[in-house]
Design a protein around this ligand. Structure first.
Ligand SMILES: Nc1ncnc2c1ncn2[C@@H]1O[C@H](COP(=O)(O)OP(=O)(O)OP(=O)(O)O)[C@@H](O)[C@H]1O
Length: 252
């Protein structure tokens, strides 16, 4: 399902945090979004996934405009984000975190518990099977019963990915999946993303680890001070003098 962002504008006071941003994530593509601190990347994610309203511009998913569509409805349609700081339920186990991310089940209404017990049982069995499958796929089976708050940074990122997958997402926006993650788990997360992408799930990934991101994505978009300044294959984009200048400027 393609994601299309057209002429997106968002200001805080006099500062344009996203300034006429236009780009697409074609269905099933693997795309990176980079830029110096404060460039506007996370704000863009929040607008695309419905956590924040834009001042102007349009976001469409699968050809349908998302104007006034809530974040939860966007998730139901298959467009889901993760957060820079994972938002797991720290006191719940990893398994419970995944269960809690599933779309509403028939068993959650009291009436269907009485009127359709067979359906409720079937849905619960299917849910358990899905969670077991994901725990195995994400290499989290060993820690399934551990409180999510006790996991390493990288494992928490895997739980976030698992929670996104539980919703049935078709396009997932990952906000800094490698931040605070050790190199071994960075490779593991990358591999899982590649496998999911091979199954047709599209990704848009914000990341400051440009080496790991470049090995993962086919296209990079670069933001600087709210504007999109470059797009293309990673090697070409990272060699672009305008991009190098943006990063050096950001470091000074
Ligand atoms: N609620 C807000 N009110 C005012 N300014 C904000 C708000 N949220 C973000 N900003 C500002 O908007 C700009 C863009 O922030 P944003 O978090 O989108 O950047 P980013 O590219 O994701 O940065 P980083 O890589 O550091 O996470 C920053 O200057 C930030 O201070």
């Amino acid at each position: 399902m393609s994601l299309d962002v057209r002429h997106l504008v968002k200001s805080y006071g006099a500062v344009r945090v996203t300034d006429d941003v236009t780009f697409s994530v074609p269905a099933g593509d693997l795309v990176g979004l980079i830029g110096p601190n404060g460039a506007g990347k996370s704000t863009l994610f929040s607008i695309v996934t419905g956590f924040l309203d834009a001042d102007a511009g349009e976001v469409s998913f699968d050809g349908r405009p998302l104007h006034r569509v809530s974040a939860s409805e966007r998730a139901r349609r298959g467009l889901v984000r993760t957060f820079q700081v994972p938002r797991e339920f720290s006191h719940l186990s990893v398994r419970e975190n995944l269960m809690a991310a599933a779309p509403a089940q028939a068993g959650e209404t009291l009436s269907s518990l009485f009127l359709a017990p067979g359906r409720v049982r079937r849905e619960e069995a299917a849910l358990r099977e899905k969670v077991d499958g994901l725990l195995g796929f994400l290499n989290l089976a060993r820690v399934a019963e551990v409180s999510a708050g006790q996991l390493s940074g990288g494992q928490k990122k895997l739980v976030e990915l698992g929670r996104a997958l539980m919703t049935g997402a078709r396009t997932i926006l990952l906000d800094e999946p490698f931040a605070g993650v050790n190199p071994v788990l960075i490779e593991e997360i990358s591999e899982r993303v590649r496998e999911l992408n091979a199954q047709g799930i599209g990704f848009l990934v914000i990341e400051h680890d440009l080496g790991a991101l470049s090995r993962l994505v086919t296209t990079l978009h670069v933001m600087d001070r709210g504007r999109l300044i470059a797009s293309g294959p990673p090697a070409k984009v990272l060699a672009d003098p305008l991009v190098r200048e943006a990063y050096l400027g950001g470091l000074s």
